[in-house]
Ligand binder design. Structure first.
Ligand SMILES: CCC1=C(C)/C(=C/C2=NC(=C\c3[nH]c(/C=C4\NC(=O)[C@H](C)[C@H]4CC)c(C)c3CCC(=O)O)/C(CCC(=O)O)=C2C)NC1=O
Length: 168
């Protein structure tokens, strides 16, 4: 599992290069956005339970078929499993935001997730809707705390992109 800095150093070390202009620019942007990324993570941390609950309700409201017999939100067990998954997505998104890297998401969350959901019969489309709703709730709260909310997009959009990608 790597953060922005360890990834960068690894890339340069492999070819034995000093940190060039590009490297310095990306380090600068990592440090410049650092305060906002950490502050946004703190907002997530203090509101995680309500963010997950709110995003889950909004997703089920938008896609009510999920709650009908045969749907993947039907029965309290499935409903709870879904919210638990949403909680994973939120928590790992906060790690990724702080790390300035998607590596933690790729390694801990996304690897094999599509295959798993397919084998369980959990639909990907609604999951992506849920992740995007959660992103918007987080952005609102982060902006309301006076923090630059643009730091929130990356991890949620990365999960969405990776989940949506279809195999040939
Ligand atoms: C940290 C990495 C990690 C992830 C991501 C993870 C996901 C994960 N979600 C699961 C199940 C599940 N996930 C859902 C999710 C949903 N139902 C819906 O209607 C929605 C579309 C969606 C929520 C957004 C459901 C319903 C199940 C239970 C499926 C079943 O057993 O019938 C399972 C099967 C085992 C279990 O039920 O606990 C795993 C492993 N586990 C992990 O360790």
């Amino acid at each position: 599992m790597r953060d922005a800095i360890t990834s960068l150093i690894r890339t340069y070390d492999i070819t034995g290069r000093y940190l060039d202009r590009d490297a310095i620019d990306s380090l600068k942007s990592y440090f410049t956005s650092g305060t906002a990324r950490v502050a946004a993570a703190a907002v997530i941390n203090s509101n995680a339970a309500s963010i997950v609950k709110q995003a889950g309700s909004a997703m089920f409201e938008e896609i009510p078929e999920l709650l009908r017999p045969g749907g993947m939100g039907y029965t309290t067990r499935r409903y709870a499993a879904c919210l638990r998954d949403m909680d994973y997505y939120l928590r790992y998104a906060s790690y990724s935001m702080v790390a300035g890297s998607y590596d933690v998401l790729d390694e801990r969350v996304l690897q094999g997730l599509r295959e798993l959901y397919n084998s369980l019969g959990v639909p990907i489309g609604p999951t992506v809707v849920g992740i995007q709703i959660m992103k918007n709730i987080v952005k609102e709260q982060v902006a309301a705390a006076g923090i630059d909310a643009s730091v929130v997009d990356g991890p949620f959009d990365h999960m969405t992109r990776e989940l949506s990608e279809t195999d040939i």
